[in-house]
Design a binder for this molecule. Sequence first.
Ligand SMILES: *Cc1c(COP(=O)(O)O)cnc(C)c1O
Length: 453
Amino acid sequence: MAKVEDLSNSHLMHRSLREEPDVVNNAKGSYIFLQNGQKVFDGCGGAAVIAVGHGNSEVIEAVSKQLSVVSYVHTFEYTTPVAEELANILLKNYSGKIAKVYFVNSGSEANEAAVKVAVQYFYEQGKTSKTQFISRKQSYHGNCLAGMSLSGHVLRRKPFENLVSDKFHKVSEANEYRWKKNDETTGEYVERLANELEAKILEVGPDNIAGFFAETIVGATTGCLTAPKGYFKAIQKICEKYDVLLITDEIMCGSGRTGTFFAWEQEDFVPDITTSGKALGGGYSPLSAVFMNQKVVDVLSNGSASFNNGHTFQCYPLSCAAGIAVQKIIQRDNLLQNVKVMGEYLGQALVKELKDIKIVGNIRGRGLFWGVEFVKDKSTKEAIDPRIRIGQKIQHNALVNGLAIYPGFGTIDGLSGDHILIAPSYDITQDQVNVMVQQVAASIIEMEQKYAT
Ligand SMILES: *Cc1c(COP(=O)(O)O)cnc(C)c1O
């Protein structure tokens, strides 16, 4: 294997131009092996991407085989058995709910497509002014222009503020831990949020709004934040009242990450459009998807009969082959059940081991998708000085302890607040959960005395 000798003069644009990344030699199962000799347990699958471990021989075989069957054709004229099969596998349990799926590569592409399908849905009906969107302040929907405009992630948008379109409006995120008032019930809080959405729709004008975007469980921006009970039901009612499409971004929390293929299956609503990505291809090939329900597809079918959006690499055969292999393993090995059982166990273990640590403010999540938010003071929920970047410091400690986790900052309002995100492979064992939680606890405790009040 070629050794990377010196990164200081690398021609590659790394994430940081100041700090050098670690070089990975190989990865197998739940472990990443670094060139410096370290073995790291992958507790976050990069950005919640890994579903059936690294280096899974069945997926490798399926993708390699596909290379010699057909590696590429254009979707203008052709479809392939793998693209058809993946669509069938994903939709077979959702008849009556979801009608079609559209495969792209990145989550950003999927959300751009969702924006466009929503606009086209109204265009076909002659409602050509319905081209604007509402999303939530603390959210992330991608890096391309529409996704970035939808995103509330302040730091990821910052240099590009002037590019952000004014057709994208924001309402408050649903964060019970931070923003539900002490004298408010969950129901009252949900009602307040639904009223805010209604007021925003009326302010912009219902004739101008095409869709409302929300992550079913918020990922990188706030760290696995689940919605308050009844939130999506209340939001859906408002959307229906004003003929606004409800679009759930499940790029990070979907694809089985929380124990059901769609995270919304564990809430009491069905959205009009859902996007999935990340774990859908399991890290073997870029694969994201836009799922559209019958109502949306019917309007397109009865109108121009064509979604006016195409990509050179949509339905890319290698990605579809990877997606099929990942889904087959998940189904054969009953991994969603493992996600549920190990997820509950992980949540309980995190609470048990972390709850008395002074800088741990909140532990939340579902399935194999857990976030820990840090504070200076548990009772006031005051944040630790954002310049310290405590999440990154804890990530660094964890890496030294042999564990990869995903840090985040700006948890509260885009500027202050810190968290870490834990999202291991769906085949994690109880022993691995135990070791991982010990490593997480140790990595946080190292920081406790220094930053707690
Ligand atoms: C990662 C992510 C995206 C963007 O996906 P990319 O594949 O990075 O383009 C969009 N929405 C959410 C919720 C994400 O977590």
